[in-house]
Design a protein around this ligand. Structure first.
Ligand code: GPW
Length: 817
């Protein structure tokens, strides 16, 4: 049989290549190698296969001479490469078989891979899903970002509190990256801007930076699913410029030279661990400018290699700004074109504003990036001049169009004048881009009507919505092989790249035989997570109980504490009525808090206190279990999403721009309890109202309530169960008598409650009761679960990327049919 022979050949060559790398790359024999060493040998084996496709991709792009998409992002949260690359190559089974002939277990080796945690959460993971879809759709694209030496911190839990530990992901080397020493660039900071006369007698500004660092690119191949396309993720590392060392060394200041090196390398040392809350720190601005300056120089270099004049830059590149973090690129491209390449202002602006697209990811006013003017002037004096000039021209234009509406001019200015003067990066991004988009329908609507309303009035055509998506390769096929297998058997495999094909499952939603298999599969996946929970937390959970999961960054607007209050209310009910039975549930939490975010850290402590009380009270009779999984990450997500029955998407309406975890849960057949916020609205529309548990106030109702003077204490006084829970938090009932512990939380809830937990508590509890009843009705729940998967097709990042390609980037996607 030729097919089997081929498979046999693949196995034999993987086996040979693996043993070869073990000897020649790692320097070990099979017998005396550790699993980590075996992982490294296997990673090199797979990388070799990916590299072959890379070479052909580079050649094919060169021949086609297409516009290239450049995705600029301060974060790329890729997750483990090994299993993903094997799946894309179609070699998972061959590899597993090849290893087993050597007495090795693939899964045991794969778990050795340190996760590249170069992102905080949703924004960084979105960039990774986009890279996957771009390669799968064979779009010429480069991702540009920062090679942080230390990624997202590792989270440990001590006595219920979060403790941060450094993430040394590069400690044993990274087989997936290749330094590209031929494309290093320098980046300047500080210094002065002088007016000098050039050869042609023209007076022009010359920036003389006070400090210079070098950017060294590290490339990671990003493979597409079952294509030969492999795109490039280029991450920059900061190094000292050698000549600086020599200067210092010559004058005998060896220590000074080394200090210089340390200072330069600090720039890419560590990822800022805050999500949705920018810290106006100098190093952060240095990081942003560093990677953007390197990336633009690299694009101009490639443009030159393609022998194109620079006034055609925008025809050959589409540069997407992943939030405002890279938006300094607008001023930097202006500077490069004018100061380095002799463009006049108008010529430079023509190219610049047709090059960029800006994606906004938040409505939280405190999350909109602003840089203090003195800091900006000190680090980037020339860029500040350029921003002032962009602003002057822009406001002149607006003043004419809006007849001297001074209030409006103040709101639209790129420079904030309230409090300390600042550069408003969102305004810069909107003014300097050809396209602006939000990440879910409601989010885009609120951007247009509220947050960026003045700009929407001025440039309505610039705005559009691009609802987020996630890659079904990682978030269904890879993480849930059992369910993916059942789906393949039922409807074939076309859904791997055309997720709408999942609709074909609808016809099985009433088929009891199919529902039984669906449930059995789900149960087995839950049993695996139960084992993981047992081994990491020591808590025994029952896979037959409802797995109710909330995994995401810890943030007040995401309201993990609403979930916790509800659990406490169930507990109080059990205590009040001995013998009360309810649908058994396992509440699963996971997520990191920004190290400086006190309230988020207290919420983690709260969840642990709730777990202590609930898990250890015999009156509960095991009906409720609460677990907090430490160190939430992409790989941990890959365990949780497939095992969940219920997904908690309970943010205050109008606060979550989109959310993407909701999509991963839905694909894997979880049913959602959620508010009308972000992508929940679209998930509910797709799934059907009857397959979604809706609760809570809407965004307009929240606005009304807040404007009318919201008094959370009224809700506390009106609801006896809520009162019992809050009183318990206050009087130490849930904290071994410690009355001080949760006092900050309680006083915030009673006196401020900015995120309206108390207003939504009643509705949440009522709907949770309904959830419990529905779960008890297996055919009903099974049907809801199948229909959720069947109707999740919209949330493939392939769909999202197709929309960006069509509406913003103007590049073709490869169709497979
Ligand atoms: F504040 N998001 C994130 F908008 O993960 F920049 N980190 C961030 O720093 C920001 C947003 C920023 C998230 C949003 O909170 C989430 O709603 C969205 O689904 C995700 O970005 C991807 O669009």
């Amino acid at each position: 049989m030729p097919v089997e022979k081929q498979a046999g050949e693949a196995q034999t060559s993987i086996r040979a290549a693996f043993l070869n790398h073990l000897t020649h790359t790692i320097g070990r024999t099979l017998e005396n190698s550790t699993p980590l060493e075996q992982y490294r040998a296997l990673a090199h084996t797979v990388r070799d296969l990916v590299m072959e496709h890379w070479i052909t991709t580079v050649n094919s792009y060169r021949d086609r001479d297409l516009r290239i998409v450049s995705y600029l992002s301060a974060e790329f949260l890729l997750g483990p490469h090994l299993p993903n690359n094997l799946q894309n190559l179609g070699l998972t089974q061959d590899c597993t078989a090849a290893l087993s002939t050597l007495g090795l277990n693939f899964s045991e080796i794969a778990v050795q891979e340190p996760e590249p945690g170069l992102g905080n959460g949703g924004l960084g993971r979105l960039a990774a899903c986009f890279m996957d879809s771009l390669a799968t759709l064979q779009v010429p694209a480069i991702g540009y970002g920062i090679r942080y030496e230390f990624g997202m911190f590792r989270q440990e839990i001590r006595d219920g509190w979060q403790v941060e530990r450094t993430d040394k992901w590069l400690q044993f080397g990274n087989p997936w990256e290749i330094p590209a020493s031929d494309a290093c660039f320098s980046v300047g900071y500080g210094g002065t801007v002088e007016m000098v006369t050039d050869e042609s007698g023209r007076l022009r500004p010359l920036w003389k930076p006070g400090q210079c660092v070098r950017g060294v690119p590290y490339d990671t191949p990003i493979s597409g699913y079952q294509t030969n396309t492999v795109n490039r993720l280029r991450l920059w590392k900061a190094e000292a410029i050698e000549s600086f060392d020599f200067q210092a060394f010559d004058t005998g200041d060896y220590m000074g030279a080394v200090r210089e090196k340390l200072v330069s390398e600090t720039i890419t040392k560590v990822l800022y661990p805050s999500d949705d809350t920018p810290e106006g720190k100098r190093l952060r601005l240095q990081q942003q400018y560093f990677f953007v300056a390197c990336s633009l120089q690299d694009m101009i270099r490639i443009h030159g290699v393609r022998q194109r004049p620079l006034n055609e830059f925008h025809l050959k590149w589409s540069v997407q700004l992943n939030d405002t973090h890279p938006s300094i690129g607008i001023a930097e491209l202006m500077r490069l074109l004018m100061d380095v390449h002799d463009f006049g202002w108008d010529e430079a602006w023509e190219v610049t504003h047709k090059t960029f697209g800006y994606t906004n990811h938040t409505l939280l006013p405190e999350a909109l990036e602003r840089w203090s003017l003195p800091l900006f002037a000190e680090l980037l004096p020339r860029h500040l001049q350029i921003i002032f000039e962009i602003n002057r021209r822009f406001l002149d234009d607006m003043r004419q169009r809006f007849l001297n509406d001074d209030e409006k001019m103040r709101r639209m200015s790129l420079i904030g004048e309230e409090g300390e003067r600042s550069v408003r990066m969102a305004n810069l991004a909107v003014v300097g881009s050809k396209a602006v988009n939000g990440v879910a329908e409601l989010h885009t609507e609120l951007l247009e009507e509220e947050t960026l309303h003045d700009f929407y009035e001025a440039f309505p055509k610039r705005f559009s919505n691009k609802t987020n998506g996630v890659t079904p390769r990682r978030w269904l096929m890879l993480c849930n092989p059992a369910l993916a297998g059942l789906i393949n058997e039922s409807i074939g495999t076309k859904w791997h790249t055309e997720l709408d094909e999942l609709r074909g499952l609808e016809k099985f939603a009433g088929d009891q035989g199919f529902l039984d298999r669906w449930e059995k599969t789900q149960h087995a996946t839950k049993a695996e997570l139960a084992k993981y929970i047992q081994s990491t937390t020591g808590i025994a959970v029952d896979p037959a109980s409802m797995f109710d999961a909330q995994v995401k960054r810890i943030h007040e607007y995401k309201r993990q504490h609403l979930n916790a209050l509800h659990i406490l209310s169930l507990y109080c009910q059990i205590k009040a009525q001995s013998g009360l039975t309810m649908t058994p549930r396992t509440f699963i939490f996971g997520g990191k808090a920004a190290p400086s975010y006190k309230m988020a850290k207290l919420i983690i402590k709260l969840i642990h206190s709730v777990a202590d009380v609930v898990n250890n009270d015999p009156d509960v009779r095991g009906q409720l279990k609460v677990v907090f999984l430490a160190d939430y990450s992409v790989s941990l997500g890959q365990r949780v999403y497939p095992a969940a029955d219920l997904a908690e998407q309970i943010s205050t309406a109008g606060k979550e721009a989109s959310g993407t975890g909701c999509m991963k849960f839905q694909m894997n057949g979880a049913v959602t309890i959620g508010t009308l916020d972000g992508a929940n609205i679209e998930i509910r529309k797709e799934a059907g109202e009857e397959n979604f548990f809706l609760f809570g106030l809407t965004a307009p109702q929240i606005g009304d309530l807040q404007r009318g003077g919201y008094r959370p204490r009224d809700f506390y006084e009106r609801n006896p169960l809520l009162r019992e829970v809050i009183d318990g938090l206050q009087n130490g009932r849930f904290s071994n008598g410690d009355r001080a512990l949760f006092a900050p939380l309680v006083s915030d809830l009673l006196d401020r409650d900015s995120y309206m937990l108390l207003a939504d508590f009643d509705s949440y509890s009522t709907v949770q009761e309904e959830v419990g009843r529905a779960y008890g009705d297996s055919p009903r729940w099974g049907r809801m679960s199948v229909l959720n998967t069947a109707r999740s097709g919209k949330f493939s990042s392939d769909r999202t990327i197709r929309e960006y390609c069509r509406d913003i980037w103007d590049v073709p996607v490869m169709s497979r049919t």
